[in-house]
Ligand binder design. Structure first.
Ligand SMILES: [Zn+2]
Ligand SMILES: [Zn+2]
Length: 110
């Protein structure tokens, strides 16, 4: 419960120009009701991607560590390493190697 800072009366919920506010019935003081129940709910939708739809293209390789890895495609000896935790965590992560030169993606089952 909130009280009017001007006269100390109890602020009551009211609608002013379509917004929920707290209003003093004594002196007319209006407080924007920013906190509390806004009158609607936000539902989050979490999209779970199956493993075979994980897109390596979306990965920012500049943030990935580089490890020694021989690329069969171009003979390069360096690759970015990228780990994907697939399921509930009781299974090992799937590791991808992305050639730093030709960007060919190799998949390793740990
Ligand atoms: Zn008041
Ligand atoms: Zn390569």
């Amino acid at each position: 419960m909130e009280f009017c800072p001007k006269c100390g009366a109890v602020l009551l919920p009211a609608m002013v120009q379509g917004r929920r506010v707290l209003k003093c019935r004594v002196c007319g003081y209006v407080k924007e009701n920013s906190s509390g129940n806004p009158g609607y709910r936000v539902t989050e939708s979490i999209e779970r991607k199956p493993l075979d739809k994980i897109s390596i293209v979306d990965v920012d390789v500049s943030t990935l560590p580089i490890v020694p890895f021989v690329c069969e495609n171009c003979g390069n000896d360096r690759a970015y390493v990228y780990e994907v935790q697939t399921r509930a965590g009781d299974e090992p992560a799937t590791r991808f190697y992305i050639c730093t030169k030709c960007r060919k993606v190799y998949r390793e089952y740990a």
